[in-house]
Design a protein around this ligand. Sequence first.
Ligand code: CA
Ligand code: CA
Length: 298
Amino acid sequence: MILVTVLLFMAIILALVIQAQVVARMALRFEDRQSLRAQLRVAAAEAAWNALHVLAADDNLQVDHTNEPWAAWQTNCLPNNVETIALITDENRYFNVNNLAAIPSNAAVRLPTSIVRDIFAANEWPDPVGETQALKDWIDRDAEGTREAGYYHQAHLSLEPPDAPMESLAELDGVLNAARAERRAAPPALTVLPDRVERIVPVNVNTAGREVLQAVLGAGRSVLAEKICRQRDAHPVTALSQVMDAKTLDTLRPYLDTRSRYFSLAAQAARNGQQETIYALVRRDDQGEIEILRWMYR
Ligand SMILES: [Ca+2]
Ligand SMILES: [Ca+2]
């Protein structure tokens, strides 16, 4: 009986020792992971800052194209075996949804709603006019329109248009899918550039996708869209007058530029299969100064 008790006692002690070792090892592993995570965050931030330095050092702020140093992948292997990679993408290659709140001062200029409607149509959305109206009413300051607060109340949706510029792609996604049975990603030609001022953010003719250019120029100008793509592939467009006549330019001027002001940045640091990524959105002003609009780790 005593032997059984002693054996049982020893077994319990042994189990406790093993458990303590396992817990200690797990704690150590957790600490290692946390420490590597901190190292990776620092490395990702450094990679991001280096990429932004290249963007700020751009020697021609009037013309931006994808063969410039800032647009190249920037990779690095640090002495502690952490590998980093950073990529800057200009956001002026897409059409800013917040342009919907701006009204062009010249009546001859194409309306932003026509451009967004064409983008939905090109992506075969079921109701381009309605989808465009939903985005416009969400953003514009007035409460007049078929997709203002009353629309959401009637549909028993707990949403209310803020009548202010959109802040993120997630917000765009939420509005577009509010009344949809099946979720659908926003057309890739659209972006969300937060700005306190209601003004049209132009697209860069040197970087915009064919679909974006076509929507901005409007149906009936597909030959012009082709011409711009051909010309910019040979040489970056340094003045809009190089690709269109003065009359056409007058009706499109607010929407087109040869440079970019908004850029997104993704910087990642990795080691041993663990990684940390930074996503940022920045604005570069006329002097090359960079303002960080968004900065998040994932
Ligand atoms: Ca440039
Ligand atoms: Ca509104």
